[in-house]
Design a protein around this ligand. Structure first.
Ligand code: SAM
Length: 237
């Protein structure tokens, strides 16, 4: 097992290890992976099956469609994955708490995480309980497996690791950081298809620009995400 004090580590339990690093091998995350700023490890859940057919799933008690991932097999994989103390152990599932920037920040500040990617109908409930897995959902929709959710969660964490982003300050004003969605951005040309960049952004007046951006961020949050807007107002109250 690796020394997890060295670099932030994402350790993934999956039936499809070939899906990794996938998009995480490109761009900022890929460069950081090459530099050793973070580590990516996969464990093939099937390697922990105990029969000669390497069975990982079985039919659900009580009947119904689909297959369920066996608790003994997933438990053995988790025992191996957490043997060096890496955690938390997270099960990606639509039944989990919704992923938020706050949780991403917590996870990026730790040593890393162990992620369990479900397939079929998901995991037997007993292994979730026994291993006290933290259940996290990417959103209110159903993916065919936990791997795309794992890729998204890792990406969100990795970009917060020191040395991954070019300019640290670009993180400060991002959506959710302040409790608001971000203001709109513009670049050259100053006029495009008869659409002009707002005058204030070309004024060079830093205080007016800051105030305009704040108003825009408030407006976009209020109209698109009343839930965030209410929470923001309560925080300021
Ligand atoms: N039967 C499950 C249900 O209705 O909640 C859906 C199982 S889904 C087909 C297979 C796996 O995909 C899940 O075990 C989970 O690991 C992953 N998955 C699906 N949707 C997800 C989401 N919104 N967030 C995180 N993981 C998800």
């Amino acid at each position: 097992m690796t020394d997890t004090t060295e670099a932030w580590t994402a350790r993934i339990l999956t039936l499809f290890p070939e899906m990794f690093p996938g998009p995480l091998g490109q761009s900022l995350a890929g460069k950081a992976l090459e530099k050793g700023i973070w580590r990516l490890e996969t464990l093939q859940i099937r390697d922990f099956a105990c029969d000669r057919h390497r069975t990982v799933d079985d039919t659900p008690f009580g009947g119904g469609a689909g297959m369920v991932m066996r608790p003994d097999v997933v438990d053995a994989a988790l025992a191996a994955a957490t043997a060096d103390g890496l955690g938390p152990a997270i099960y990606l599932t639509p039944r989990g708490r919704l992923l938020s920037q706050g949780l991403v920040e917590e996870l990026a500040a730790g040593p890393g995480m162990v992620l369990v990617c479900g397939r079929y109908e998901g995991l037997d409930e007993r292994v979730i309980e026994a291993r006290q897995l933290i259940e996290v959902s990417l959103g209110d929709f159903v993916l065919s497996g936990g791997e795309p959710a794992a890729l998204a969660l890792i990406d969100a964490c990795v970009r917060l690791l020191p040395g991954v982003m070019g300019a640290e300050e670009t993180l400060d004003e991002e959506s959710f950081k302040t409790g608001l969605l971000e203001y709109p951005h513009y670049t050259r040309p100053a006029e495009w298809n008869e659409r002009k960049v707002p005058e204030v952004l070309m004024s060079g007046h830093h205080e007016k620009i800051r105030a305009w951006r704040q108003t825009q961020a408030e407006e976009v949050t209020r109209s698109r995400r009343p839930d965030l807007w209410d929470a923001y107002k309560k925080r300021g109250a």
